[in-house]
Design a protein around this ligand. Structure first.
Ligand code: CTP
Ligand code: MG
Length: 252
């Protein structure tokens, strides 16, 4: 344990405590299945697939914490990987903070990965870890946008069709859609969460944003199409199609 040549210990925190309201009625999103396997199980396996990850902290829906513990205890994972389950909070930021509190002292690199991104490839996970190991304090996988994006003045009745005035059109080539896992030097992330204090409103949707608020440098590395977030019903169809393609390609 005192071997100084060991690489810094890396843990993944998986916020999985959301309801998944945009997915429609049903179980909490992380427990919905993709080809018969809960999304959370796919996400845990995706983190454990990296040789660098030796601990996964799952932040579960509070009411389902015992069920999640049972689910993950029965899971076959590499010997190097421990799993800890803690109950989550009212928004993502709060859930991540609760996950960070469960980290043992020897962890120095932290990934934060949405349970709702169950299919992220291991190469993306490793690329994020490598960038942190190389000295970046906050690393975000991201992709260029397909759609042009407009900033609007949000209106209450927008969902019912009330037009919203356009304020600006940012230059698309300068925009990136960010994914997870986001990787951090542990101290930087803990400091960013502490500085934000209690959760305001919905809390931050992105950990790197908290580091930016502190003025800390955040860098982007290439993300992956398959790291998309399962948010709406159509995303379930896409995720199951990706799994079917993987199975056909490599028998997984
Ligand atoms: N999350 C969490 N705790 C919360 C809210 C969200 O751990 N109180 C997690 C979700 O479980 C998800 C990730 O944050 O893995 C990204 O959030 P999102 O995709 O918005 O999921 P939900 O909040 O569950 O979905 P919705 O916003 O549609 O209700
Ligand atoms: Mg949400």
């Amino acid at each position: 344990m005192s071997n100084v040549s060991l690489p810094p210990r890396t843990a993944a925190v998986i916020p999985a405590a959301g309801r998944g309201l945009r997915l429609g009625p049903g179980a909490p999103k992380a427990l919905r299945t993709l080809n018969g396997t809960p999304m959370l199980v796919h996400a845990v396996r995706a983190m454990a697939a990296s040789n660098a990850v030796s601990l996964v902290v799952v932040v579960a829906p509070p009411d389902d914490t015992p069920a999640v513990r049972t689910l993950l205890t029965d899971l076959a994972l590499p010997d190097r990987t421990d799993v800890v389950v803690v109950p989550g909070g009212a928004n993502r930021q709060e859930s991540v903070r609760l996950g960070l509190e469960a980290l043992p002292g020897d962890v120095s690199i932290v990934l934060v990965h949405d349970a709702a991104r169950p299919l992220v490839p291991v190469d993306t996970v490793d690329a994020v870890i490598d960038a942190v190991r190389d000295g970046a304090r906050a690393v975000v996988p991201a992709l260029p946008l397909a759609d042009t994006v407009k900033e609007v003045e949000p209106r209450e009745g927008a969902e019912k069709g009330e037009p919203e005035p356009v304020v600006a059109t940012p230059e698309r080539a300068r925009l990136r859609a960010v994914q997870t896992p986001q990787g951090f030097d542990r101290e930087t992330l803990v400091r960013a969460h502490a500085a934000t204090g209690g959760s305001d409103g919905d809390g931050a949707t992105d950990c790197a944003g908290l580091v930016e608020r502190l003025g800390g440098p955040v860098v982007v590395v290439p993300g992956h199409e398959e790291a998309f977030k399962v948010t709406r019903p159509l995303d379930l169809v896409l995720a199951e199609a990706v799994l079917a393609r993987r199975r056909a390609n490599d028998g997984f």
